[in-house]
Design a protein around this ligand. Sequence first.
Ligand code: AMP
Ligand code: MG
Length: 345
Amino acid sequence: MFDLNTEKYDFRYETDEKQLERVGEILRNGGLVAIPTETVYGLAANAFDGEAVKKIFAAKGRPQDNPLIVHINALSQWNELVSDIPENARRLAEAYWPGPLTVILKKSDAIPDEVSAGLDTVAVRMPSHKTAAEIIGAAGVPLAAPSANISGKPSPTTFAHTVNDMDGKIDAIVDGGECDVGVESTVVSLAGDVPVLLRPGGITPEQLTDVLGELEINDAVYNKLAEGTAAASPGMKYMHYSPDAQVIILRGSIEGFCRYINENRCDGDEALCFDGEEKIINMPCLCYGKREDLLTQAHKLFDALREFDRRGTKRVFVRCPDSSGVGLAVFNRLIRAAAFNLIDV
Ligand code: AMP
Ligand code: MG
């Protein structure tokens, strides 16, 4: 409908009324807008408009069987999207919405098949990013939005990443600066008998257990899906978050890491390490936060993976993060970026 024009649509951190009105109009008319959220940038369309949602899959090159998350800005919007909201879902929302948590429930008839990818469930999230909430308000409808990257690539956490992947393919991109969390939302399914964590994110398993009492962690959070196994979350089937460089995770001490590097390094290899370790690792490095600072690691991860591509790095050796708390989300993304190539050193 409208050509992307980053000068015209370079909405800096404060979006004004007129800009919001314009974005709302694009979305209501079936267009696509990339929007900032506190997790990663999302590629949004009217969740009730199946034709508009189809364009998201085309722009990203996303497999048709991978469903989308629907974004709302008020609890009242949730009722229309799902068949029933059980008590534990309400308690989760009360505890962690708005925020980086997606809740899966049985869907209502209002959800087009394009959004749910033919499943009988729908994933819903209320983002805490001010601009995201304002854009949902301006559109006047819930917004279906996956991450605004080309399918398989690291999710975009800055305006520049989003322009890099979506320029010329969509109607507008809204600049909201850097995403705070930096990894996609935690996804929990309450559609079955027991709550199941399908994807770790900014809300930790401990935070979920605090509210739910019980929580099963789906195998695919840690492990590669066995050949022929049906994925509980279709997104788990696909290779994900991968830069062009080959990613190899080395788990163990910094001494073990350095020993491995010294024995195995080739031209074009680089390291992703914790702050300060670049002084002792004998190769070009990017740092992604202090060893114990899991929030910073989440915040910096995707930008670092993209930076290796800008540099033309061939192989990236990664210091394995601690997988407790938010670290589980970092580990989960890295192990997929590495196609499960993890070596104990
Ligand atoms: P993205 O939109 O890129 O953040 O990916 C959304 C993730 O949520 C994907 O892994 C989807 O497979 C998953 N998801 C969305 N809706 C559902 C659903 N109804 N059931 C299971 N997983 C879902
Ligand atoms: Mg994604």
